[in-house]
Design a protein around this ligand. Structure first.
Ligand SMILES: [Zn+2]
Length: 234
């Protein structure tokens, strides 16, 4: 089936994991769809007020007030961790051993603040995960050919000792770069001990694909796509 005709994209290897539901919603997938989808309607969706930070939250239930931050972690059944994106990269992490899960909002700011590294560290310290058993799925995001950034962005990465190879030179302008957000995120996963063979990625550019939402393409007007991961009751 073509991606366009689905309402959310899944990772085929992950569909075989019995305790897991997951998906990267396209522009047609709405909040209300969580309540009616046969696989998801018994889950309690949990959202963040996303602030492009390195703040993560371990959750056991839906809190009374909306939490501010950019990553959610749980090992509880029946919670659906939801991340909203339109060009930023949604990352889902699952540990088949401990059944701990994470959903992460990776824009350039959170990536420069090493949010993914912090999430892995928390999975290890709080949930006793072994990084070599973690599975990571990288959803649709703005592709490296479409993501022009300025020196300020590269400087933020440099300041924190992150590698330069995720920044590609701009052909006309020495002060501009193209940022490969997928590569920057993969570096942090690998540095954190995640196996290369355990990293899956969707490889669709939000800026190029009309059935996805892009903050840049829409001049910041459109909504956000919803990515989710949850542990079933089974
Ligand atoms: Zn593109």
């Amino acid at each position: 089936m073509k991606f366009e005709s689905k309402t959310f994209i899944t990772i085929s290897e992950w569909e075989k994991i019995p305790f897991l539901v997951h998906g990267f919603g396209n522009k047609n997938w709405q909040y209300a769809d969580f309540e009616t989808h046969p696989l998801l309607r018994n889950f309690k969706p949990l959202y963040l007020r996303q602030i492009h930070s390195d703040i993560l939250h371990i959750v056991d239930d839906v809190p009374d007030d909306v939490l501010s931050g950019d990553a959610l972690l749980t090992d509880r059944q029946g919670l659906l961790l939801v991340i909203k994106t339109a060009d930023c990269l949604p990352v889902l992490i699952a540990d088949p051993k401990t059944k701990a899960l994470a959903a992460v909002h990776c824009g350039w700011r959170s990536t420069s603040q090493k949010l993914i590294r912090k999430v892995i560290q928390c999975l290890v310290e709080h949930f006793q995960c072994d990084p070599s058993s973690l599975l990571a799925a990288l959803g649709p995001c703005i592709g490296k050919d479409c993501y022009e950034v300025g020196e300020d962005v590269r400087d933020e990465f440099e300041k924190r000792g992150l590698t330069h190879d995720a920044f590609l030179p701009h052909p006309q302008n020495l002060r501009k770069f193209y940022l490969d957000l997928l590569m920057a995120t993969r570096h942090q996963l690998l540095d954190g001990g995640v196996k290369r063979s355990h990293i899956s990625q969707v490889d669709l550019c939000t800026h190029c694909e009309e059935f996805l939402l892009s903050y840049r393409r829409s001049q910041q007007k459109e909504g956000r796509m919803l990515s989710f991961i949850g542990r079933t009751f089974a």
